[in-house]
Ligand binder design. Structure first.
Ligand SMILES: NC(=O)c1ccc[n+]([C@@H]2O[C@H](COP(=O)([O-])OP(=O)(O)OC[C@H]3O[C@@H](n4cnc5c(N)ncnc54)[C@H](O)[C@@H]3O)[C@@H](O)[C@H]2O)c1
Length: 420
């Protein structure tokens, strides 16, 4: 059967636009290009089936092609109903990849498409947020019979994996790609920082300068969002539950206060905690008229939509990806992209140069888990430091600048406890 016959996508005729998008992204992903060359020669995945669940846009599509270049039979599905781009899906199908994804399917259809992506009984998986892993540990156990292991993309997925591991239920090795330096230092911080405002700005077409932006959560993503909000001229307030992160935000020059106080002051809110209900009923009560809420955390649980809906007298779409909630006292509260990650559901996600490093780590981690799955066992493991460093070195090389080397004397000095 051809990949078109096997796939479920919105419209194969959209392929030309998708190819252009993938070509643009890949031209800005020099590290992944190098890994593609390596994979073409070494064929690390020859004869293996790989199933991928990621935000299905152009950079992801290029990662799928790199894995395919390594000899794999690749199947891909979306990790969020609103981040799938139909033209990119059509292009991948033309390139011989099986795709089960459409933009904005109903929740049941979204899950059915994820399950379809496992029906090939993959040897390896790439997951984002833990949806494939969850299926393989619940209703789709039988589809995991060939599984050697996989790699997980994001903070939220790793939290779920560690919970499975702690319970003793994890049944194959998973590499925590998010926890590599070349992932969270750049992707979570600079990638999320820039792309969140790309999403908010193109969606609202409003100015950020002069507004008060409340950043909920000062982890790696939150630091990036706060930094870019400040750069755009906003007054930034950070809310946290962790005392150390709160002091860090204060030292970085931001106001820190509980959400109940920040709720009264914010013009724009961005949640990035990986936690649920961080903005909820008691906060909606005191918000300004016109407050704009958005989320950049993995799941659409950070802004409590059920309470917002219950407290409002009506809702309407006022612009693509903007819902207006009319409150009983006449105030309007706006929610972007249904509370799903605003940078992907209402934008194109992180810049290509950032995803270059993240997806280089994904590709190398997939090879690592395939080579070492027997010795790793059913555990969550970090990306080996050598791979993390290799990605940084390739990035430097592609940027055309070098760094210094330690002299033998310096190595001896750093290894010694007697020299000073
Ligand atoms: N939008 C994207 O493109 C993108 C990219 C990477 C990660 N993510 C997702 O973003 C989320 C955050 O990731 P991260 O890497 O920054 O995680 P992190 O663990 O580094 O940071 C999360 C922060 O939120 C804080 N927090 C938790 N509950 C809170 C609450 N009730 N109020 C205020 N702060 C609270 C924590 O103390 C922590 O400092 C995750 O869901 C992750 O999967 C999204």
């Amino acid at each position: 059967m051809s990949s078109l016959e096997k796939s479920i996508i919105a419209d194969p005729a959209l392929a030309p636009e998708g190819h252009l998008k993938i070509d643009w992204a890949s031209a800005h992903m020099p590290v992944l290009n190098k890994i593609k060359e390596q994979f073409e020669k070494e064929q690390p995945f020859k004869g293996l089936k790989v199933s991928i669940s990621l935000h299905l846009e152009a950079k992801t599509a290029y990662l799928a092609k790199v894995v395919q270049a390594g000899g794999a039979d690749v199947t891909i599905t979306g990790s969020n109903p609103l981040s799938t781009q139909d033209d990119v899906c059509a292009a991948l199908v033309e390139d011989g990849i099986t795709v089960f994804a459409k933009y904005n399917p109903e929740p049941e259809e979204f899950k059915a498409l994820n399950i379809k992506a496992l029906e090939s009984k993959p040897d390896l998986i790439i997951d984002d947020g833990g949806d494939l892993v969850t299926l393989l540990h619940s209703e789709c156990r039988e589809l995991g019979v060939n599984l050697r292991g996989g790699a997980e993309e994001t903070t939220t997925g790793i939290i779920r994996l560690k919970a499975l591991e702690k319970e003793g239920s994890l049944s194959f090795p998973m590499v925590a790609v998010n926890d590599a330096y070349c992932k969270y230092l750049f992707d979570n911080r600079y990638g999320t920082g820039q792309s969140v405002f790309d999403g908010i700005n193109r969606t609202t077409n409003l100015v950020v300068a002069g507004k008060t932006v409340v950043v909920v959560g000062y982890g790696w993503c939150g630091k990036g969002v706060a930094m870019r909000a400040k750069g755009l001229g906003a007054t930034v307030i950070v809310t946290e539950i962790d005392a150390i992160k709160a002091v860090e935000a204060y030292m970085d020059g931001f106001a820190v206060m509980p959400m109940q106080e920040a709720a009264k002051l914010g013009d724009m809110f961005v949640t990035v905690t990986g936690n649920r209900d961080v903005i909820r009923g008691e906060h909606y009560k005191v918000m300004k008229d016109g407050a704009i809420l958005s989320n950049a955390g993995h799941f659409d649980v950070e802004v409590n939509k059920v309470e917002l809906e219950a407290m409002s007298t009506g809702k309407r779409t006022v612009r693509r990806n903007i819902e207006e909630y009319k409150m009983e006292d006449g105030r309007n509260i706006y929610l972007l992209a249904e509370g799903r990650l605003v940078n992907l559901a209402a934008g194109d996600g992180h810049p290509a140069e950032i995803m270059d490093m993240t997806f280089a780590l994904q590709a190398l981690s997939l090879k690592y888990v395939n080579d070492e799955f027997q010795s790793i066992g059913s555990k969550v493991v970090n990306v080996p430091y050598e791979l993390d460093e290799k990605v940084a070195r390739l990035k430097l090389e592609s940027l055309g600048f070098g760094i210094d080397k330690l002299s033998p004397e310096q190595i001896a000095y750093l290894d010694s406890w007697t020299e000073h």
